[in-house]
Design a protein around this ligand. Structure first.
Ligand code: NAP
Length: 283
């Protein structure tokens, strides 16, 4: 029998802790912490993500500011807007919703966000700190995955952990965090030759590849803990993860659902990072 790792409920608990900190901050400084979300263009999925972030701000008492720009904004203009927000004492966190419109170099834009307001944890300085002792602002999705494993009581120290995916925003930081938790970490990617053999030896699998139901139960070790980061939209409009839940659930010890697993944790950790950024800026 497997344990269902309920990301919705765990995210609710994380948000409840943040709410207490927001209340104390607001009472002390006479203003709530503020998160500015930048949306350029009209990508429908991005609009949904931005709306859910605004809603989460409302739940915890963070002031939400949305800066919306048309798809023809230039990289220079966008960076200038970010620089203004960097200087604005009333803004504590800045998040640039990805993807950006064609022609804008995402790397240049992410580098423009002041590291102390970089609540996504994507700035090279925060990414570098993560590689060392750990950053004050760490990427939300990876941090959410580690929290799910811990709250599900999964033993991390000494575990064989396999991360599928090596993106800068998900795969790589998760691998670093698992290493910090004393896992023995293997990273798989599209050129990995014997992924099935590697997965069979994994006590923990974190899949972030964006391939619908590509990981099936027959690939898993008995009792493995499975964290499914993937969000894949099928032709019928439904959303599924990278893991075939039905077959995996027959073999694994614990598993996150999609939706309702990692997704809510990402937003809860965005709230937590905004609160941390506000506290750091006022320390
Ligand atoms: P990405 O930048 O496209 O990276 C995907 C990674 O998966 C790449 O490293 C790629 O390898 C690897 N990959 C692709 N096909 C593979 C295969 N058949 N076997 C092994 N590895 C394979 O994506 P991302 O931004 O990291 O996001 C990954 C997934 O997580 C997406 O579904 C995304 O929607 C989802 N996501 C969810 C949340 C959340 O809050 N739940 C947050 C962020 C992202 P190469 O490097 O060799 O190309």
């Amino acid at each position: 029998m497997y344990t269902l790792i309920d990301g919705k409920e765990i995210a609710r608990q994380v948000r409840a802790d943040v709410k207490v900190r927001v209340k104390a901050f607001t009472e002390k400084y006479g203003k709530a912490p503020a998160l500015c979300v930048i949306l350029a263009g009209d990508n429908p999925a991005s609009k949904v993500y931005v709306a859910s972030k605004e809603k989460a701000c409302g739940w915890v008492g963070i002031r939400s500011v949305a800066k919306k720009f048309s798809a023809d904004i230039t990289e220079k203009e966008l960076i200038e807007e970010i620089q203004k927000l960097n200087q604005d004492p009333d803004i504590n966190g800045i998040l640039v919703q990805l993807p950006l419109p064609k022609g804008i170099n995402e790397e240049n834009v992410l580098r423009a966000v002041a590291p102390e307001k970089d609540v996504d944890g994507f700035h090279p300085m925060n990414a570098g700190e993560l590689m060392r002792a750990g950053a004050m602002l760490e990427p939300c999705t990876p941090a959410g995955c580690i929290e799910l494993l811990k709250r599900a009581g999964v033993e991390l120290s000494g575990a064989n952990a396999v991360v599928i995916g090596r993106s800068n925003i998900v795969g790589k930081p998760i691998a670093m965090m698992l290493l910090r938790e004393n896992c023995t970490v293997t990273i798989c990617h599209s050129k990995t030759k014997n992924m099935k053999d590697i997965l069979k030896n994994a006590d923990i699998i974190v899949s972030a590849m964006g391939r619908p139901r590509a990981v099936t139960g027959d690939m898993l070790k008995d009792g493995a803990a499975v964290i499914d980061v993937g969000i894949n939209r099928l032709e019928d409009g439904s959303i599924v993860g990278d893991v075939d839940f039905e077959s995996a659930a027959k073999v694994c010890g614990a598993i996150t659902p999609v939706p309702g697993g990692v997704g809510p944790m990402t937003i809860a950790f965005l709230m937590k990072n905004t609160m941390t950024a506000a506290e750091m800026q006022n320390a």
